[in-house]
Design a protein around this ligand. Sequence first.
Ligand code: PLP
Length: 415
Amino acid sequence: MPNDKKQYGFTTTTLHSDRSKPIEHGSLHKPIHTSVTFGYDDARDLAAVFQGRQQGYRYGRQGNPTVSALEDKITRMEDGHATICFATGMAAIGAVVQALLREGDHVVSSAFLFGNTNSLWQTVAGQGIDVAFVDATDVANVEAALTPATRIVFVETIANPRTQVADLARIGALCQARGILYIVDNTMTSPYLFRPKAVGASLVVNALTKSIGGHGNALGVSLTDTGLYDWTRYPNIFDNYKKAVPAQWGMAQVRAKALRDFGATLGPEAAHHLAVGSETMALRLERECASALALAQMLEADPRVAAVHYPGLASHPQHALASTLFRACGSLFSFELDAAVDCFDYLNRLQLGVSASNLGDTRTLVIPVAHTIFYEMGAQRRASMGIAESLIRVSVGIEDTQDLLDDFRQALDAA
Ligand SMILES: *Cc1c(COP(=O)(O)O)cnc(C)c1O
């Protein structure tokens, strides 16, 4: 049994977290519990669980022991207070909207966003919630966009795919001073490279589909309450969820109003895959971040490449900030080829980089951004987000670094 008082390292903690609670039959992994419902010998216990007076499971949509074990793992990774998992990354961001926002509320979001999150904010803008997009690399832009109705500030740590780094600590201080909920999407850094709690985040999103699960074999997301936000300052909490101590109000409302009412529940099989994947995340990221830096440096030095975007490069506008905030600058970078090189031809010459849309996978994945994931938003909005038409996003996998360097260079040489 791991000693709960001792501070273990990141991987040790992740590996042994399931065993901090008794597991059936001495199993080392939390087993996959497929039961949809949970029976009680005493019907009064069932009632007590329903009324929140007793811990326990009732119906799979609102909770499952395999999923709970994963939630506990993520809570430890983020040094948080509580975590709720959902079926996909987008479901968690949607859950925030469903559970915590009301008509007339205002959101300030970074303009540099994962494409589907951008689309989600456009969707809710048509449902009476006002969203202001700002350049979040400078807190002054966030501050200027705040209104008395601003409930949430939403940023990504390193923006996908152009790698802008948000002014994370100053935005945290601003939100704290104004009592605004500060939501940080930590997917691009993961809790191994960065803990948003350190910059005052209230809620942390991690798309488990990416680095944490790491193998591209299961979708899922976590939403973690860091415990820093004072929920008594949040106007949209229903009286029903104010029965427990204030630290629990937010997650109680999210679990009921988003998970129970809308039902984007993570399945136990996916939770198992994601939990197993998470055991090797730190090892994978060490390799991936080193390879990403080596590739970015090689491409930046090549005259056939017009630009490389990676916070680990000294030429990146937020390089100094990224170096102080993150353990390493992540497994994702993007680059623009010289106009004489066709991006589709280049991608087709790669033998290891696979043209595909995921990221944080063990395999290196490449994608022509403007023609795929950022196609629907149109050229004007792409330009405002700094997305060149030739931009290629690279999610670096765990292949041997030299093999990747050779592959990305031969694809240029053949041009
Ligand atoms: C992929 C991703 C998401 C969404 O996750 P899904 O599991 O694909 O829904 C959210 N934020 C970021 C930064 C992502 O890269």
